[in-house]
Design a protein around this ligand. Structure first.
Ligand code: ADP
Length: 301
């Protein structure tokens, strides 16, 4: 089972209609998207997060219950649900605005022991690193997971509007990158940390770097392979990285570290690439997730 822990929120996607701006409400949050993807790709998934006792929080609780195998979403009566407004300009470029000052996902519930016991991989989201309490929570969770002999996963998913100081953010992220066993970075994030850092400090980690239309690179103990992805014409790349990572984790959950051979990892990341590429074929993150059958058919060509 893949246990994902971190932010669940509503994406409010602005659309101009007849001179009025309308917001389309969608469930989101990177680790939550990953939990939904894992289930869609055929592995068991669990999610731990927090929402407010409000309209959006209730929507998200219901959504989580029907899209994740084991959802543990705390309803926090003292805080509101986190929101992420997304607007597109005339060129189609996206801007984000988070409503996340002391909202529910800034104070996550403890991970229930029964979920931890069942997990093969504990995947930790990155938004929580913006508060001292969240960083402590993430580090403690990584330690507890390792104590229970689980693999720990971390997706950098750097958000400039949450972490305005890049240097300070990189220092925090390094703590989690070094605490995890499996880490995901985008090409740009890889550039921020640098080749030498990844090669040396993350030598023992399985590192996945997403490269958009160019596919991905995986690295493990000095070995590095770049795998092309499916050639597609993207409609919307929102959530492609989460779909890719859900695909990777859904396969890695049934492998042990000793199974991380070149052949097995090539299979895992070819599958992940197909999940990411097909997720660009429709709008949204969770709604655009392909089915397992679609991914397998695309891989057969
Ligand atoms: P991230 O959110 O991590 O930056 P990417 O945009 O690199 O994610 O996308 C994740 C994966 O989705 C890529 O590794 C690739 O397999 C697939 N993908 C993304 N964009 C495209 C594209 N334009 N064409 C084909 N595949 C794509």
């Amino acid at each position: 089972m893949i246990l994902c822990v971190g932010e669940i929120l509503a994406d409010l996607i602005g659309k101009s209609e007849n001179g009025n701006l309308a917001y389309d409400r969608r469930a989101g949050g990177a680790p939550f998207n990953v939990a939904c993807g894992v289930r869609r790709f055929g592995a068991e998934s669990a999610f731990v997060g927090s929402v407010g006792d409000d309209l959006i929080g209730r929507f998200l609780c219901d959504f989580a219950a029907s899209h994740v195998d084991r959802a543990h979403v705390r309803v926090d009566g003292r805080r509101n649900t986190t929101l992420a407004f997304v607007e597109l300009d005339a060129e189609g470029d996206r801007s984000f605005c988070f409503y996340r000052k002391n909202t529910a996902d800034a104070c996550l519930p403890p991970v229930p022991k029964r979920l931890l016991a069942r997990a093969d991989i504990v995947h930790i989201g990155s938004l929580m690193l913006s508060e001292k309490r969240g960083l402590q929570y993430a580090e403690n969770l990584a330690k507890t997971a390792h104590g229970a002999e689980k693999l720990v996963s971390f997706d950098v998913n750097y958000r400039e509007d949450i972490f305005p100081d890049r240097g300070a953010a990189a220092a925090l992220y390094k703590r989690m990158l070094e605490a995890a066993d499996i880490v995901k970075l985008s090409e740009e994030e890889y550039g921020v940390f640098g080749r030498d850092y990844v090669a040396e400090a993350l030598f023992e980690k399985l590192v996945c770097v997403t490269l958009g239309a160019k596919g991905c690179t995986w690295r493990y103990r000095g070995e590095s392979r770049t795998l092309p992805t499916l050639p597609v014409k993207p409609v919307d790349t929102t959530g492609a990285g989460d779909a890719f990572y859900a695909g990777a984790l859904s396969k890695l959950g049934s492998l042990r570290r000793s199974d991380w051979t070149r052949e097995r990892l090539d299979e895992v990341f070819a599958f992940a690439n197909a999940c990411g590429a097909l997720a660009t074929q429709a709008r949204g993150a969770i709604d655009a997730l392909p089915s397992l059958q679609e991914v397998e058919a695309a891989l057969r060509g």
